[in-house]
Structures are given as structure tokens and as C-alpha cells.
Ligand binder design. Structure first.
Ligand code: CS2
Length: 483
């Protein structure tokens, strides 16, 4: 017997959703686009798009136009489904929600002028982005890497940008030329002071374009708020699609799964015309740095440690790594004893209960979060999540040993993948493969080969004897650090 497939999710089939599925309560036809979002992948669709979906219930001005920079196959599904999709909240309480805040999805390749037209729409107030750490093209020094081929291409051809830096700069240039007020660019990626980094990158790009007036105009008129974003969002799977079909009665080819926890902290400088994000639970604060540090170091730092050490110990998911008592115990001690002293107090954030909550989130039995997903882009994530804390600990004369678990396990992981011929998901994959293939098993020379990667290790750290010796010891036997 062939199983009957459920109807495809769309505006027309929405009324067929099973009881209990949460649907948009507003008339989508009456909404207008107020946000252009670059990089509308799973994280954005499970996170910011949900906040705007809630906001649209009281204010129709904040629908989103998704601008896809990297083709990811979502555009086709988005169009077929009238931009509707399901967010499966997999947690103690299961919840299926159809999100309606996207009303347009444009591809940077082929629909360039349509995206610029949106950026020039005076109703568009924000240009938000989730392009991951590598989407900013920052060098090891944190500054825009003007020698990167994608940035070079955007400098040569500013009217057809490939990078978000090119898009934001040219979008602002066009607003300036039209004597309009600027939109507010909002970085929603896992970087410390992401707004400042974006600001500096856009200024460097404008300068490299040789446009002094634009540089001055951006300096005087454009705000770049920093933000902290949080919700654990494992990549969607075919199993998720099947489950959604069974539980909602509708077939969705582009669903999102995430935990129930959702947090967005935004530097309070969006301006008067901005959406009232506070009304839907966004924390608007004067200084977002303390929240960013806490989240990037405690959550993401622990994630990366679980990922590399877990993979090397044969675990596949965060849940499995947490069930590995030795590993989870060491990670918890790293969080409580080593990470917390590197943090600044954040109003309303009690680190001890924050950590307890994080450990419970990692143990969420309803969600399978693959370690290999977290293990991607290690060359960019580890400096933010682990090397920053190492530098702070060294400066304060505190121990750094447990921070070495993730670094040593990462090196072992890079070596293992290289020897197995598996190409890493990392912007410097080719370099890492070469280092991986060169490893001999001698801790001193192997570690030296990694420390020579200036994209990852700042010169000061690479030359620090205490760091080098701790890392070499850990590389020889990182498992010993779990005891
Ligand atoms: C993870 C993050 O893949 C990763 O690197 O650490 O995506 C993490 O799940 C989110 O930042 C949680 O907000």
C-alpha cells in the first residue's frame, strides 16, 4: 500500500494544519517588508524570523525579505510554499509553529537589482544578517581581509556584490546618493562585538573603494548595533520532514528544528523608526558585550569542546557527548572554573544558573545535534570561543590547562580527517589538510605546524611558552585532561 502524502504547505493549504499547530494570526497579505535579511538559513528562520512573526501580530510593517547569498536550495521551497515553513520546537514540550514573517526570498545571483530595490525602499529600516563568522572576511587580526578574492571581486564590481560587506556598503552608498536615511545593518552572528566588527569592515571597504564622502557619511550617520543571538538549531533532516508531515498534516520541504529556548539581546541603538522588538521579548540593552562573552564562551566554547573531544571519543551528538561522564564533567569544570573568571557581569545573568541551564539544554533528549555540524569552521570559531579566554586567563595568571582539551582534540581531528581524505568544512580547509597530512605524531613538531597558522593563532599567543607547553602536553594525550 502506498502511503498517502500530505498536501504541501502553502497559503492555500494552511487551513488543513492539524489542531494544535500554531499558525500566523495576522493577515500576511496586509504586511509590508521592513527588513532585508542576508543569509536566511536555518538559524535565522528559527530565531529572528520567529520574533518578527510574533511582532507582525501587532504591527504589519515588519515582514522580511530574505536575500540569499549562497545558493542553498531554500529559494525554490520558499516560493512553492508561499514562504511559509514550520519551526519544530523539540523540547520538553513539543510545538509546531508555521512562521509567516518571510514574504519574499531573493537570490543575490540573478536578482541583484531586486535586492537593491528592497534596500532602497524607505519602509526597510533594518538590514539584518546571519552569514556565519566566515561571511565577514576578517583576517586573523580581526580586520577586513582586503586580499580575499571575494572582497576583491566586490571592490572591482560594487554593483553586483557577492559578500554581505559589499552589499551593505553599496546599499548605503545608494541611500546616500538618493539623500535617504540609512538602514541599520544588524549583525546576528556569533562574534564578539559583531556590530563593531561589521562597522569596521564596512568602513574599510568604503575606504578601499576610495570613496571618502561615503566613509564620512557612514561614520556620521550609520549605527551598527551589536547583538547576541541564541537558540540551538540543528540542521534539518529527512526524518524531521517526515515527522512534521505526520504531526502537522502538511508537507514542508524546508522546515527548521530547534530547542524551545530563544534569546536575542540587542544593543539599544536601532533608532526611533525601528520595530518594537522589546514587545516580543528581545532584550534591548546599553552594552551587549557582557552577554556576548557569556554566551560565546560558555555555550559555544563548551559546544566546540564537546564537538572535537566528543568526535575523537567516538560520540556523534551533543547528547551522546554529554552522556560521556568524563567528558561532560571536564566541560562543566571548564565552564564553571575557567570560563566564568574571564567574564564581565551581565545584568540579570547569574552565571551559575546560566551554566546549569546550558548543561540541561545540551542534554535535551528531544533534539539530536550532530557534533560534526558544530565542528565546522574551527579555524574561525576556536579563536572566538577558546583562544580569547586563554589570552585572558594568561593575562590574569590563571590556569589554562582545561582550555587545551578543545584545541588538542581539534588538532587530532584535523589530522584524522586529513589522513582519511575527508575535506574539512572550513574556509582554510586546504591549509588544514596540508598541516594534517604533515603530522608525524611528534607533539612538539605537530603543534608547531598548527601554531604557524597565523589565521588561527595570534603571533603573541603562538610565541607564549606557557601556552605552547600546555598545548603540546595536551596534544600528546588530551584524554588525560578529562580525569
Ligand atoms: C554551535 C552554534 O554550530 C555551532 O558552532 O555552537 O550554532 C550554537 O548551537 C548556537 O550558537 C546556539 O545559539
Amino acid at each position: 500500500m502506498t502511503e498517502k502524502t500530505a498536501p504541501r504547505l502553502s497559503a492555500k493549504t494552511l487551513h488543513l494544519a492539524k489542531q494544535g499547530v500554531v499558525l500566523p494570526t495576522y493577515d500576511r497579505a496586509k504586511t509590508s517588508i521592513g527588513i532585508v535579511h542576508f543569509g536566511p538559513g536555518a538559524f535565522h528562520r528559527g530565531h529572528q524570523a520567529c520574533y518578527f512573526d510574533s511582532l507582525l501580530a501587532s504591527d504589519p510593517r515588519w515582514a522580511i525579505s530574505g536575500a540569499e547569498l549562497m545558493p542553498n536550495g531554500l529559494a525554490e521551497a520558499a516560493v512553492e510554499q508561499d514562504h511559509l515553513y514550520v519551526v519544530a520546537q523539540l523540547d520538553a514540550q513539543l510545538r509546531y509553529r508555521v512562521v509567516g514573517s518571510h514574504t519574499e526570498y531573493l537570490k543575490a545571483h540573478g536578482q541583484t537589482e531586486a535586492i537593491f530595490a528592497r534596500l532602497m525602499d524607505p519602509r526597510v529600516k533594518l538590514a539584518t544578517m546571519t552569514v556565519t563568522e566566515k561571511g565577514y572576511y576578517l583576517g586573523g587580526d580581526g580586520k577586513l581581509d582586503l586580499s580575499n578574492p571575494a572582497i576583491k571581486a566586490d571592490l572591482e564590481n560594487p554593483h553586483a556584490p557577492k559578500t554581505v560587506i559589499g552589499w551593505v556598503t553599496e546599499g548605503l552608498a545608494r541611500r546616500k546618493a538618493a539623500k535617504m536615511v540609512p538602514f541599520v545593518p544588524v549583525s546576528c552572528d556569533n562574534m564578539v562585538m559583531n556590530g563593531h566588527k561589521l562597522h569596521a569592515a564596512v568602513l574599510a571597504f568604503a575606504e578601499a573603494r576610495g570613496d571618502k564622502d561615503l566613509l564620512a557619511w557612514i561614520t556620521d550617520n550609520v549605527r551598527f548595533p551589536s547583538t547576541m543571538v541564541d537558540s540551538i538549531t540543528p540542521a534539518a533532516t529527512d526524518e524531521l520532514k517526515a515527522r512534521i508531515e505526520a504531526e502537522t498534516g502538511l508537507r514542508d520541504e524546508a522546515p527548521v528544528q530547534r530547542e524551545a529556548f530563544l534569546q536575542w539581546v540587542v544593543e539599544d541603538m536601532l533608532g526611533e523608526d525601528a520595530p518594537d522588538l522589546a514587545s516580543v521579548g528581545v532584550l534591548m540593552v546599553k552594552d551587549v558585550a557582557a552577554y556576548e562573552f557569556a554566551k560565546l564562551r560558555l555555550l559555544n566554547g563548551a559546544h566546540s569542546t564537546l564537538a572535537y573531544a566528543g568526535l575523537m571519543r567516538g560520540r556523534e551528538s551533543v547528547g551522546e557527548a554529554m552522556a560521556d561522564g568524563k567528558l561532560s564533567h571536564a566541560v562543566e569544570r571548564m565552564m564553571r572554573e575557567d570560563m566564568v573568571p574571564t567574564l564581565h557581569p551581565a545584568p540579570g545573568l547569574d552565571f551559575s544558573s546560566y551554566i546549569t541551564d546550558l548543561l540541561n539544554r545540551f542534554r535535551n533528549p528531544a533534539l539530536t545535534h550532530k557534533l560534526i555540524q558544530i565542528a565546522s569552521d574551527g579555524s574561525l570559531k576556536l579563536p572566538i570561543r577558546i583562544l580569547g579566554p586563554v589570552e585572558d586567563a594568561l593575562a590574569a595568571g590563571r590556569p589554562i590547562t582545561r582550555f587545551m582539551i578543545s584545541l588538542a582534540a581539534w588538532m587530532r581531528f584535523v589530522g584524522r580527517q586529513a589522513k582519511a581524505g575527508v575535506v574539512l568544512a572550513d574556509p582554510i580547509a586546504a591549509k588544514l589538510a596540508a598541516v594534517g597530512a604533515s603530522l608525524t605524531g611528534n607533539p612538539a613538531t605537530d603543534v608547531a605546524a598548527f601554531l604557524a597558522l597565523s589565521e588561527v593563532f595570534p603571533a603573541k599567543l603562538a610565541g607564549n611558552e606557557q601556552f605552547k607547553s600546555a598545548l603540546t602536553k595536551a596534544y600528546a594525550d588530551f584524554e588525560a585532561l578529562l580525569d
